[in-house]
Design a binder for this molecule. Structure first.
Ligand code: NAD
Length: 457
């Protein structure tokens, strides 16, 4: 017997009462969720600090504020998002009316990643709830304290047949995945994404996969180098580099590299001080396993900034590597840590070719003042989303659907896109019974065919 059969069945039974179809019910639950989170901010702060020394400011800036925004937006908009929408009826179906009903999918499973444990868990759940579903949340076991905190505050405040947190690692997730859900929303690595999709295929469950990959930043000579360096340093070293949309590496146009490196050095000092280990803004690596992997990726001969590490503290300083080529080890996998390799390019066609030969990135950033270069890259390269003269911040605009493409994921969320990913749009044609044209019925004839051509084509 699967340990989770009963709870999933209880959520399905609750969903089938139709209680969640009432938009006022959903708004009430979202209001309750924001209150519960705000009332427990201290607990959430303490837990995430224990996990990887993330400060209260950063917990608000990069996790809770985004969740609060998603909740408040959904409270404001979900009635209009849920409204039945009329569309034009075509000639062949006259006289009649056509409309689309936004229908919740049912029982949903959200599987979170550890690097932004609250944001990546709650933002999809907010979308699930606002679309009228029930929710099971499985946070990552790697950010264990944050997972415990979420389980405590959600399970104490919500009925388990509506919204429940199930904690655990691979074994628990594997058991959950054996059961039938109406939607699975997964955030994490591309490899595990394949496991999730295979398991979902057994039940033909739709999935949204928010995965990872190497996100390039292309810096041109004509960019504002001071601002570029400042934005890149913040985006790369935020959360200790453990951000899915962090700039993974820089492609610097020939002639700009030396100046860029100098500015990056200055900006690291401005943001984290002379010794980043003492900065309360510099987050630690999540586990000894991740720490060892990252330290192994640092080729000491190529370090031009930083390169320091402390195993006891799981600390790796903001590190920049120069003279890197696409053949180096650091270019073979997503870095997901505070190490920034720089590759020089002379010819944009070559840079574009190198990016396109690799899996489609989750994000791509262009730093330039030339619309020609910017538009060429936007036109030629496929990637999840990104920025022009900015990095990471596109995910903080809920009007921009957030998600990957190809190996970096499928489907998207944030704002209305999140609501859509947990909704089935049910299309209805409602026909008048006043008349019935004989066109579609046998016996077939030439005149029926010619009327059909006029009506349909
Ligand atoms: P992960 O895939 O190891 O873990 C994510 C979740 O999957 C966890 O809840 C974990 O318990 C579960 N899991 C792990 N192994 C499993 C297995 N064999 N079977 C079933 N479930 C399993 O990912 P991670 O290390 O937490 O995150 C790192 C990756 O996630 C990076 O590639 C990063 O880019 C990506 N990421 C993407 C986004 C995004 O929004 N696109 C956000 C954050 C992280």
């Amino acid at each position: 017997m699967n340990p989770y059969s009963e709870i999933i069945k209880s959520q399905l039974d609750f969903f089938n009462t139709n209680a969640t179809k009432d938009t006022n019910f959903r708004i009430k639950q979202l209001k309750k969720l924001i209150k519960v989170l705000k009332d427990n901010e201290d607990l959430l702060d303490e837990a995430i600090y224990k996990d990887f020394k993330k400060s209260s400011f950063e917990n608000y800036e990069t996790e809770l504020s985004l969740v609060y925004h998603e909740i408040n937006l959904a409270i404001k908009k979900l009635k209009s998002w849920s409204k039945r929408k009329s569309v034009r009826t075509n000639m062949a179906n006259m006289p009649g009316k056509s409309y689309i009903i936004a229908e919740p999918l049912g029982v949903t499973l959200t599987i979170g990643a550890w690097n932004y444990p609250y944001q990546l868990a709650f933002a999809p759940v907010v979308a699930a709830i606002s679309a009228g579903n029930t929710a099971i949340l499985k946070p990552s076991e790697l950010s264990l304290n944050s997972s415990n905190a979420m389980a405590k505050i959600i399970n104490e405040n919500f009925d388990s047949n509506y919204f429940h947190v199930i904690e655990g690692g691979i074994e628990e997730t594997t058991n959950l995945l054996k059961l039938k859900f109406d939607k699975i929303f997964y955030t994490g690595s591309t490899n595990v994404g394949k496991i999730i999709m295979k398991a979902a295929a057994e039940h033909l469950t739709p999935v949204t996969l928010e995965l990872g990959g190497k996100s390039p930043s292309i810096v041109f000579k004509d960019a504002n180098i001071k601002i570029t360096a400042q934005r890149l340093v913040w985006a790369k070293f935020l959360n200790g580099g453990q951000t899915c949309v962090a700039p993974d590496y820089i492609l610097a146009e020939k002639g700009v590299k030396a100046k860029l490196i100098e500015e990056i050095k200055t900006q690291i000092k401005n943001i984290y001080g002379g010794n980043p280990m003492d900065s309360d803004a510099f987050v630690r690596i999540i586990s000894p396993r991740h720490y060892n992997r990252l330290v192994d990726l640092i080729d000491s001969k190529k370090v031009i900034i930083g390169g320091d590490s402390n195993k006891e503290e799981l600390y790796i300083s903001p590190t920049v590597l120069d003279n890197i080529s696409f053949e180096d080890d650091i270019m073979q996998e997503e870095i997901f840590g505070p190490i920034l390799p720089i590759i020089e390019f002379e010819d944009l066609s070559w840079a574009i070719k190198m990016i396109k030969e690799r899996p489609k990135p989750l994000a791509l950033y262009i730093f330039s003042s030339s619309n020609k270069s910017i538009n060429r890259i936007l036109h030629e390269v496929s990637f999840g989303g990104g920025g022009v003269n900015e990095a990471i911040m596109h995910l903080a605009n809920s009007n921009l659907p957030f998600g990957g493409v190809g190996e970096s994921g499928m489907g998207n969320y944030h704002g209305k896109a999140g609501f859509d990913s947990f909704t089935h749009y049910k299309s209805i044609l409602s026909k008048s019974t006043v008349v019935e044209l004989p066109i579609k019925y046998p016996p077939y004839s030439d005149w029926k065919r010619s009327v059909m051509e006029k009506l349909i084509e």
